[in-house]
Ligand binder design. Structure first.
Ligand code: ZN
Length: 275
């Protein structure tokens, strides 16, 4: 039984100057690949069910999938709800076995974001589950613009919500297919000096691996959310397999083909974040 919370994995990462990968799971093949990758590297992993994944597969199915793998894994596995927007979604995730909740009130006015996040923290506390909140807003490539995190607001947000991990916006952007993010190190230093919780960067795919590594070693950024990089790997592997096996029609064989390539990408991501 290696079901873990964010606190279980981010606190040790802070001590040993590493960071943990929060990997976006879109299906069973991803979940197996990422869990096996973590076991082979010998590090924890955060399996994440985001809004897209939840539209495709019911939350209760994702919860069962994640907890099944966590209970059998040789390394800590965090079953994480990514980008919940309501208290009700968080409550449902607890019923479905998730050990960690991200409540995203980043698009709300600050007072409302604080109130919603504090309410979710109150919900999670008796269950000893972890909560990630977002302050500032991480935008989307080709979509919503970012609002950089204000260090003073981050301090107030942390103080008044009691969250376990703080997602911040310092140049990171969701859904980038190239390593195009420009990290604002000065803003990060200011946020670090006024807060204490482990920091989270969404849009990890857009951050060059060498920068991710420096952040993991030198700063309190202890969780990187990574999805696009793995989706690209899945798509490329699937295309290659179909091109070289034009007569193949068996769904199980077709969908098994990307598992090994995705596991390799995940292992590379994890090794890069190790101390
Ligand atoms: Zn995100």
């Amino acid at each position: 039984m290696t079901l873990a919370t964010l606190n279980d994995v981010l606190k040790p990462a802070e001590k040993n100057c590493s960071a943990i990968a929060g990997l976006v799971v879109l299906g069973w093949e991803d979940a197996i690949a990422f869990t096996e990758a973590a076991e082979e590297v010998g590090c924890p992993v955060i399996l994440q069910a985001g809004p897209g994944s939840r539209r495709h597969t019911p939350l209760s199915v994702l919860g069962k999938m994640f907890t099944y793998l966590a209970e059998r894994a040789s390394v800590p596995v965090v079953c994480h709800l990514d980008h919940a927007h309501t208290f009700e979604e968080c409550s449902e995730a607890i019923d479905c076995g998730f050990t960690s909740l991200m409540i995203d009130g980043s698009m709300l006015p600050l007072d409302d974001n604080i109130a919603l996040t504090a309410r979710v923290k109150g919900l999670a506390k008796p269950h000893k589950l972890s909560v990630e909140g977002e302050i500032g807003a991480v935008g989307y490539a080709g979509g919503a613009a970012s609002a950089m995190t204000d260090p003073e607001e981050a301090a107030r947000f942390e103080r008044e919500t009691g969250i376990d991990a703080l997602a911040i916006s310092i140049g990171n952007v969701h859904l980038q297919t190239e390593h195009a993010a420009m990290i604002d190190w000065t803003r990060l230093a200011d946020i670090q000096s006024l807060t204490r919780a482990p920091l989270v960067l969404h849009g990890g795919s857009g951050i060059p691996p060498s920068v991710r590594r420096d952040l993991a070693r030198e700063t309190r950024v202890k969780k990187f959310n990574i999805g696009t990089e793995l989706r690209l790997g899945f798509g490329n592997a699937l295309r290659d397999y179909l091109a070289t096996h034009p007569a193949e029609f068996d769904r199980l064989r077709i969908l098994s083909a990307p598992i090994a390539p995705m596991k390799n990408i995940a292992m590379e991501i994890m090794r890069n974040l190790q101390a």
